[in-house]
Design a protein around this ligand. Structure first.
Ligand SMILES: C[S@@+](CC[C@H](N)C(=O)[O-])C[C@H]1O[C@@H](n2cnc3c(N)ncnc32)[C@H](O)[C@@H]1O
Length: 346
């Protein structure tokens, strides 16, 4: 069985662009893995999904795309997989080697260092792909591209992907005070006018936890991806939304989050988790897009629009997001607003 030895990588890091090197460097440090491991909603969902499907995992060949510390590989090996191949480009895989050995899985798990796209797997095909690839706003980091590459090149017909369904959702938010504070600061920085910063600040979505009490509209599913069939092209998308105000208030921004669903045995409820403001904390938190307007709303007023998302041209791990919106208050033309806002997630 082919194994890369310590420090050997199928990918020569020096050949990667600076942004790619930086991306993989960010997974070298233990801190980011600590945060992910300690996100028990995330990690236990993977474990529960594997346990729920242990009859399917039994004697199967599993590919763990971006194995990090090897946690998902070990879950799969512990719960019946015949062999697991874990692949990671970051140096954290050297720790994964130690952990796999320490925990007695060396004969069941092969770890390969390099980009998934460059490594040579010891098996032509795998029965199952597991991967924790989700980024902020689901698609930030563009790691799903790598999972789709793995699917198209290595997954047997009828094989399973864990997780296999992800959807992005949107809801309205009242947060005018924080937004104003954030903006006003730049009007007087130690007595100087720093207001040219404001458009830059407004362009950046904020990743943070949002109190569910700040949510003030109905919610809307923007898009759903079925990992069994989704293509790279589908990851650049336009989605319409329509939200209805639930109380007399101000809508100062939109909150987005994603939900994740794992395959389940026939007739069984799938393991799933949400990263929304209504759900328990995850390290993905929520993504807030402040609107350039504060919309004064009454119950039943409608905020509709279109969200357009695509990888950024200069760095495809960043995301360009455009939100076109039209606020349609019931019977009050004065409060109506229409606008277009652009954002860059980086
Ligand atoms: C979000 S972390 C998940 C780590 C681990 N699976 C877990 O659940 O704790 C994603 C990992 O994928 C790796 N990765 C991302 N793209 C990759 C690629 N194209 N080839 C190999 N590894 C990749 C990163 O280095 C990182 O360690």
């Amino acid at each position: 069985m082919s194994k890369t030895t310590k420090d050997e990588s199928a990918t020569d890091k020096q050949t990667l662009s600076h942004t790619e090197q930086h991306y993989f460097d960010s997974y070298d440090h233990y801190g980011i893995h600590e945060e992910m491991l300690q996100d028990s909603v995330r990690t236990l969902s993977y474990r529960n999904a594997i346990i729920q499907n242990k009859d399917f995992f039994k004697d199967k060949i599993v590919l763990d795309v971006g194995c990090g510390t090897g946690i998902l590989s070990m879950f799969a090996a512990k719960h019946g997989a015949k062999h697991v191949i874990g692949v990671d480009m970051s140096s954290i895989i050297e720790m994964a080697r130690e952990l796999v050995e320490l925990n007695g899985f060396s004969d069941k798990i092969t770890l390969l260092r390099g980009k998934l796209e460059d490594v040579e797997l010891p098996f032509k095909k795998v029965d199952i792909i597991i991967s924790e690839w989700m980024g902020y706003f689901l698609l930030y980091e563009s790691m799903l591209d790598t999972v789709l590459y793995a699917r198209d090149n290595y997954l047997v017909e009828g094989g399973l992907i864990f997780p296999d369904k992800c959807s992005i959702h949107v809801v309205g938010l009242e947060d005018s005070e924080f937004k104003q504070e954030k903006i006003n600061y730049w009007h007087d920085v130690y007595g100087f006018d720093y207001s040219p910063f404001i458009p830059l600040i407004m362009r950046e979505p904020i990743v943070d936890t949002v109190e569910s009490t700040l949510v003030n509209t109905t919610r809307c599913k923007l898009i759903e991806f079925d990992l069994n069939t989704v293509t790279l092209e589908d990851l650049s998308f336009e989605a319409n939304f329509q939200l209805e105000a639930k109380r007399k208030d101000w809508i100062s921004g939109l909150i987005c989050w994603f939900d994740t669903v794992f395959p389940a045995p026939k007739g069984k409820k799938p393991v799933e988790f949400s990263t929304g403001p209504h759900a328990p904390y995850t390290h993905w938190k929520q993504t807030v897009f402040y609107l350039s307007d504060d919309l004064e709303c009454e119950v039943g007023d409608v905020l509709k629009g279109k969200l357009i998302c695509s990888p950024n041209d200069r760095n495809n791990r960043d995301l360009d997001v455009k939100i076109d919106y039209e606020f349609v208050p019931k019977g009050s033309k004065e409060r109506a607003k229409k606008n277009e806002n652009t954002y860059l997630m980086h």
